[in-house]
Design a protein around this ligand. Structure first.
Ligand code: PLP
Length: 502
């Protein structure tokens, strides 16, 4: 018998496995919408002009010597400034421990190991859903994982109330993994006000933020704006860990260039923490690769090149946004209803979330409702109306009770009431509101979501049909990498999506 007869084949990675299947498909019309790698409008990988210029500048100018364990120091400082802010006091005050990492994955893994070693017994709170590799990373670092609610399938938006509720019950000292921007896979981020609320909650509960920022620039097209979550937490006085990747925003995927940093109390603590970060890196890979760090350093340290890069990030983000619009338009032109059963909810006139949901109603309603005093479990009453109440009726103010326990609506920042409706919380009114049909939103979420991915709401079985019948490859959770959509394939994609969902 051989040495390894007992070794079973490992399950395929849910994301990279998609590419393997795509490569084996002979259909010339096949589409790979699995991996989050940017493509131009002709479906080709892109090397940014700023990166080409940086390559030209570094070519032949460096030896191929080892970098130190912590990597290229100036690169790390440039990265830290990009995230924390050019004038960030914590960077200038040497409060940040930082080392170059093997892209975003390497940063997360280093932090998970650091947590296991130096935050002993603490758990990691991971959003549901998240990038699938997060689970592997913390599992392999032997840190116990707890899931917190993040995405509400019904509203296709953030489940902020339940998220805060779970986090508020986490034991002090727990670590909370947050996607700093362009959440993968949902494309749904907290608003500025929600970040602020979350920051306060986590300070109060003594929860430690670990921010994964793999897409700085891809959410809004503006790298500075995309750093808002990091900066809000920093301004509130958090100590935090940050993982940065230059894979997506500089298109340096294969160069494996990233930065792992931890904001500490002061320079002495940062020095000790950094030495322990290096102690973790040394037995894993000794030191990180040189070339990518030189390129990023060239770009971030030259104001002109940096501006050029900012422009290119915006171009990539804008192309993705325009593809979202085009995909939605194509689906709507086909009359695609996205098979959405509407449902009845208690809707407040002050609730912007509900009115906007109703406005984009597809008109298909076939779910019973609970009745004005009913509970959401076991709703049995038959439908009374087959068409949605017009949006104007909802926003007219009828039926509104005096406002009590007003809170800021996470979407529009207007006063709203935390509700008992499990569908639209936290924005549904507590008082005697209209029992109003809230239809599913058709394909509106395609344009509501941000960043590289679209969480389509397509079921695993529908994904199997997309792949089997149309050679369209995506992960079974219905996530589409919008970066792989272009004006040449969007029509065919919309048609296929329409067919498998209707
Ligand atoms: N974090 C998130 C949320 C991601 O989506 C990804 C990549 O898909 C990564 C981290 C890691 O990316 P990389 O290791 O290529 O920088």
């Amino acid at each position: 018998a051989g040495w390894f007869g007992h070794v079973p084949e490992a399950p395929r990675d849910p994301i990279l496995g998609v590419t393997e299947k795509y490569l084996a498909d002979a259909n010339p019309l096949k589409m790979n919408l699995g991996v989050g790698a940017y493509r131009d409008d002709s479906g080709q990988p892109v090397v940014l002009k700023s990166v080409r210029e940086a390559e030209r500048r570094v070519a032949g100018s460096h030896f191929m010597e080892y970098l130190p364990i912590g990597g290229h120091r100036q690169f790390c400082e440039d990265s830290a400034k990009l995230a924390y802010g050019e004038d960030a006091g914590v960077v200038h005050g040497k409060q940040v421990a930082m080392i170059q990492s093997l892209s975003g994955t390497g940063s997360c893994r280093l932090f998970a190991e650091f947590q296991g070693r130096w935050m002993k017994g603490s758990k990691i709170y991971i959003p549901s859903p998240t990038w699938s590799n997060h689970h592997n990373i913390w599992r392999d670092a032997q840190v116990e994982e707890v899931i917190y609610p993040y995405y509400n399938k019904e509203t296709k938006g953030l489940d902020f109330e339940r998220m805060c509720d779970t986090l508020s019950k986490a034991p002090a000292g727990s670590v909370v993994l947050l996607h700093a921007c362009a959440h993968n896979p949902t494309g749904v981020d907290p608003t500025r006000e929600q970040w602020q609320e979350l920051s306060k909650l986590m300070l109060e509960k003594r929860l430690f933020p670990c921010m994964d920022m793999a897409y700085q620039g891809f959410a809004t097209g503006d790298c500075e704006r995309d750093a808002q979550a990091v900066r809000i937490f920093l301004n509130d006085g958090h100590r935090l860990a940050l993982s940065q990747s230059f894979a997506k925003n500089m298109g340096l995927y294969g160069q494996r260039v990233g930065c792992f940093s931890i904001v500490c109390e002061g320079p002495a603590e940062a020095k000790a923490v950094e030495s322990q970060m290096k102690a973790l890196a040394r037995p894993m890979y000794s030191n990180p690769p040189l070339h990518g760090a030189l390129l990023v350093h060239q770009i971030l340290s030259d104001p002109e090149l940096k501006q050029q890069w900012y422009g290119e990030v915006k171009e990539m983000a804008d192309r993705i946004i325009s593809m979202r619009t085009l995909l939605r338009q194509n689906l709507e032109a086909l009359g695609s209803p996205h098979r959405c059963a509407g449902r009845l909810a208690w809707v407040s006139p002050c609730c912007c979330v509900c009115t906007s949901a109703t406005r984009s109603c597809c008109g298909r309603m076939d779910e019973p409702w609970a009745g004005p005093t009913g509970s959401w479990a076991g709703h049995k009453r038959p439908l009374r109306r087959r068409s949605p109440r017009p949006a104007a009726g909802i926003s007219s103010g009828q039926g509104a009770a005096p406002h009590s326990r007003l809170r800021t609506c996470p979407t529009c920042a207007k006063p709203a009431h935390p509700g008992r409706c499990p569908v639209l919380a936290p924005c549904v009114f507590r008082g005697p509101c209209h029992p109003t049909r809230i239809p599913a939103r058709s394909w509106q979420h395609i344009t509501d979501q941000i960043g590289m991915f679209c969480f389509t709401g397509i079921t695993p079985e529908q994904v199997d049909r997309l792949t089997g019948e149309y050679s369209i490859y995506l992960t079974r959770n219905g996530r589409i990498s919008m970066a792989g959509v272009n004006s040449g394939n969007v029509g065919r994609l919309a048609e296929a999506m329409h067919k498998v969902t209707s």
